[in-house]
Design a protein around this ligand. Structure first.
Ligand code: 13P
Length: 227
């Protein structure tokens, strides 16, 4: 099956970077899901890319200065949303309760949800407890299918990645918590140099790529290796 490639640009590109990026990426032989800084979402949609937001609020409309709602995202043509990224959890203090509300509102608006989960290095020995809590509380009272992105926090932006055996074991554990065959993406320091080795992990449905994904040529290389 074709691997899902999600490019999380975080807060890294200017409008000019975005325009150059699209010129190059338009020629890719595979279809990445682009998760740009929200102000550029429309540009990617108009250029024919499947587009995700990096976050949404848990209300559809109202006096919430600075927030973006799933309802607004849908009206723009956004198809996916990342919810619960570790940077949102750590820096913006999002907890599982808020994440649960965001997921519900996103699903109500027919957005596909990519729920990020992951453990810190200190939690590594207890990863099962940490990940199950994030899943159980994040998905409380939710039946709809979602996508999981497993991103060990110690692997994000560090250049350190788990072994293929560790990714396989953790992915299988995550899958065991679902009543359906949930798609699990791996994220954390994926780049053009380690993708050959990473693609040997068959249980993974794709990759959530941060730093390496802001370079169109590098993203193309990664996509070509796995597709
Ligand atoms: P890096 O690929 O830069 O480690 O980031 C991973 C990530 O957080 C994607 O959401």
């Amino acid at each position: 099956m074709e691997k899902i490639i999600v490019a999380n640009h975080k807060m890294n590109m200017t409008l000019q970077d975005t325009q150059e990026y699209i010129k190059v990426l338009k020629n890719a032989s595979f279809k990445p899901i682009i998760c740009p800084t929200s102000i550029y979402a429309k540009i990617f949609i108009d250029s024919g890319f499947e587009t995700a937001l990096q976050n949404v609020y848990f209300e559809n409309k109202g006096a919430y200065t600075g927030e973006i709602s799933p309802w607004q995202a849908k009206s723009l043509g956004v198809k996916y949303v990342i919810i619960g990224h570790s940077e949102r959890r750590e820096i913006f203090k999002e907890d599982n309760k808020q994440i649960n509300k965001k997921i519900k509102k996103a699903l109500e608006n027919e957005l596909k949800v990519i729920l990020c989960i992951g453990e810190t290095l200190e939690q590594r020995a207890n990863y099962q407890t940490v990940l199950s809590k994030q899943i159980t509380e994040g998905l409380k009272d939710i039946e709809d299918r979602i996508i999981i992105a497993y991103e060990p926090i110690w692997a994000i932006g560090t250049g350190i990645i788990p072994t293929n055996e560790e990714i396989t074991e953790t992915t299988k554990f995550i899958k065991s918590l679902f009543s359906y065959d949930v798609d699990v993406l791996y994220g954390g320091s994926v780049n053009k140099n380690n993708i050959e080795a990473l693609k040997e992990v068959n249980v993974v449905s794709g990759y959530l790529i941060g730093g390496a994904s802001i370079y169109a040529e590098e993203l193309i290389k990664i996509g070509e290796v796995v597709s």
